[in-house]
Design a protein around this ligand. Structure first.
Ligand code: GLU
Length: 485
């Protein structure tokens, strides 16, 4: 059997990291099974679905490097791949369920349903449809339809017994039919609900493995029953554990940014986000993947749905930042510069082109995101203001700091312009510390860092001074000295 998987996002907001996670796993499962991966847009909620959201979802998944064999943008033999374009298909299928007695027409008004809900709540019962229209006589139904009374179509649910199905990750799942509601399949506007459209499409699109979030486990009995009603072989199910915040609560926008766009804008590399999502699915996969030439290929080759652990994977953004930094370090300087440009970084005009590669080379290993780069190298364009307090620290008093800055200025002034490069600068500064100041270099390093870069941590000091040039470096030392007076 050829494996066919799908991701079926609803285009109702920003592209969610959870969608990318599910998409990645389905992609890997399809490739590993020498099969096909389908992207289907589940836009049956017409009020909330937007074109912009659909475009952003496709764009984000492409950005991550994922591609699909069939989908609304690439077409395919099982289209259309947007549920809003498949209404006639769903209506035909509902007709069939009605004709075969598996579904019924429900004319209950919203007011009646609301009263029912309130009464159930008062009686501490879970909300469920009470079956009011289940027993309508065919003539009554005909008459109400002829009178164009608004209605929906609901599926029948066995009054008792247990629904049993297998989950690839969770094993045998049993859910009491009494806890399953008589689900609306066709809404009063004639459009299907998720449950109907999802089952019909998975069947018609020949999906063999439904791999989706665990929030759908409780819906699975409805789906299993629909397959039975239609006389279709159900696909295999695997319900993935939900992504969690570090405090183990369900991943939410309030605690963690959840939009892929956010990570792209903040200077995360697609490769790092992909690696991170993969590590959520398979915690053992980190280290070897760094060296993979084609990360996605390496990921699907080692993919096994059974490696997915049911413990809620934690969406830990500090781990993502770390991974991102690791991937940035692995770029060649040329690739790093190109990546920065593609991301939209613009060099400050005051940083001469001939210094940019050197700056990139020394900054590359000191950032975790591309966005960090701008902040880190800003001091090349303009010296940030520094105060006396910035320059001093508990082991360096004002008098010592002044001598250190003054001695450095004098010593560095002796370096000819043509020999102004980092190793020479370093040797002279160390000499000042040891011979003139009688101190260890590391006790004055912080002072020089702040004087030159505005910060006690930055790119390597001697490189920074080489890049800034002799006169600008000396000027900054002098400015710092003046600050101490
Ligand atoms: N449209 C559903 C979602 O957005 C798809 C669920 C499924 O994969 O069955 O999560």
């Amino acid at each position: 059997m050829k494996v066919r998987t799908r991701v079926a996002p609803s285009p109702t907001g920003d592209p969610h990291v959870g969608t990318a996670y599910v998409a990645l796993i389905n992609f890997c499962a399809a490739r590993k099974g020498d099969g096909e991966f389908v992207l289907r847009i589940e836009d049956t909620d017409r009020a909330r679905s937007t074109q912009a959201s659909e475009a952003a979802i496709l764009d984000s998944l492409h950005w991550l490097g994922l591609s699909w064999d069939e989908g609304p943008d690439v077409g395919g033999p099982h289209g259309p791949y947007r549920q809003s374009e498949r209404s006639a298909i769903y209506r035909d299928h509902v007709e069939r369920l009605l004709a075969e007695g598996h579904a019924f027409t429900c004319f209950c008004t919203p007011e009646r349903l609301e009263e029912m809900r309130v009464a159930q709540q008062a009686a501490k019962q879970p909300p469920h449809y009470d079956g009011h229209c289940l027993t309508l006589e065919p003539q009554e139904v005909e008459a109400s339809l002829a009178a164009r009374i608004p209605h929906v179509v609901r599926m029948k649910i066995p009054p008792e017994g247990v629904c049993v199905f297998e989950d690839e990750l969770r094993g045998r799942i049993e859910i009491d039919w009494r806890s399953v509601d008589m689900q609306v399949l066709l809404k009063s506007d004639g459009l299907p609900t998720y449950h109907l459209a999802n089952v019909v499409d998975d069947h018609l699109m020949e999906i063999t493995h439904v791999i989706r979030g665990e929030e759908w486990v409780s819906s699975a009995p409805k789906h299993v029953l629909l397959y039975r009603y239609f006389g279709w072989e159900p696909p295999r199910f695997a319900h993935l554990p939900l992504l969690r915040n570090p405090d183990k609560s369900k991943l939410s926008k309030r605690k963690n940014p959840t939009s892929i766009l956010y990570y792209r804008e903040r200077g995360f590399l697609a490769k790092a986000v992909l690696h991170f999502l993969g590590s959520l699915a398979d915690s053992g996969n980190d280290d070897r993947l760094f060296e993979a030439h084609d990360l996605l290929l390496a990921m699907w080759q080692r993919f096994d749905v059974h490696h997915i652990s049911l413990g809620g994977p934690v969406f830990d953004t500090s781990k993502l930042r770390w991974l991102n930094g690791q991937h940035i370090r692995r770029l060649s300087v040329a690739q790093f510069l190109e990546t920065l440009g593609e991301w939209g970084f613009v060099w400050p005009a005051s940083v001469p082109a001939e210094h940019r590669e050197h700056i990139a080379r020394v900054a590359q290993s000191r950032i975790e995101t591309l966005a960090d780069f701008s902040a880190l190298i800003e001091f090349f364009a303009e010296m940030p203001p520094v105060s006396k307090a910035d320059l001093l620290h508990e082991r360096l008093q004002a008098g010592e700091a002044k001598s250190a800055l003054d001695a450095a200025r004098k010593e560095l002034a002796s370096i000819p312009e043509g020999e102004w490069h980092e190793s020479n600068i370093g040797a002279h500064l160390k000499k000042v510390a040891e011979d003139v100041l009688k101190m260890r270099f590391r006790d004055v390093a912080r002072l020089y860092y702040v004087a030159i870069t505005g910060s006690p941590t930055s790119v390597p000091l001697f490189d920074a001074m080489e890049i800034l040039g002799k006169s600008e470096s000396l000027r900054r030392l002098r400015t710092a000295l003046e600050e101490l007076h």
